[in-house]
Design a protein around this ligand. Sequence first.
Ligand code: ACO
Ligand code: LMR
Length: 264
Amino acid sequence: GKVRAPTHIISTISDDRGEEPCYAGVPMSTIIERGYGVGDVISLLWFKRSLPRYCTQFIEICIMLCADHGPCVSGAHNTIVTARAGKDLVSSLVSGLLTIGPRFGGAIDDAARYFKDAYDKGLAPYEFVESMKKKGIRVPGIGHRIKSRDNRDKRVQLLQQYAHTHFPSVKYMEYAVKVETYTLSKANNLVLNVDGAIGSLFLDLLAGSGMFSKQEIDEIVEIGYLNGLFVLARSVGLIGHTFDQKRLKQPLYRHPWEDVLYAK
Ligand code: ACO
Ligand code: LMR
């Protein structure tokens, strides 16, 4: 019979050996002929299936809404400083990307993990928040440096409106909103932030679309696919900030002495 030489790599998402490359079995020409967008391509390459239009549009909305948030946030600041140090595009980009994590933009997976666990266990929102406090863990997806009860994050509202109109169920998001109601009773800035909105709504997308088994949902949440949405989105803005600094011929950045407390 046929003897198969052992391989060192297994790959299941794309194939470039034929006449045209395929993403999850779908040829490039089909992607173009059917007018697929970046949400469809993400569905194929990350989730290995074509998702319904309302899901791919939700993915695209996440990418558009998270593409940038001004020059003052951690990621853009790092990128700007790096570009002004004369570094190239990739260095400036990754310098910004490296700030994405538990405090900034990278709380989506943990928000999904903790909201899912608490909801599935039937914990009342206050029980969940208080149990996190006991463990000394800040609730991922809650809190913002500049957004508050009276200055809500428009991105969160837009995502919620879209899901209310298009998703069959928004039970995880509604749970996250109840958590927010409780945390807002403690402090004004403990709003549901964009990471928490995407984390909870993606749980609703996965559970409500009928396209994923329970086991697949658990795997997606456990591996942590969802921070990828912020990483991908913010790359658009960080690349823009790099070009902006180069275009403006900005000199080397040096932080002013006056803004540092030199303490003993
Ligand atoms: N859960 C519970 N309590 C909180 C939370 C939270 N998520 N955030 C703040 N607090 C409380 C704590 O008591 C905190 O005191 P501590 O420092 O002793 O823990 C107190 O509020 C003071 O916090 P602030 O100084 O007002 O918060 P700060 O402005 O420094 O932090 C941040 C903002 C980093 C977003 C914070 O709320 C947080 O860690 N949230 C969880 C992570 C998260 O969701 N990050 C994504 C933000 S959205 C984005 O980056 C795109
Ligand atoms: C962002 O998207 O970068 C923000 O939510 C963070 C911030 O502090 O504005």
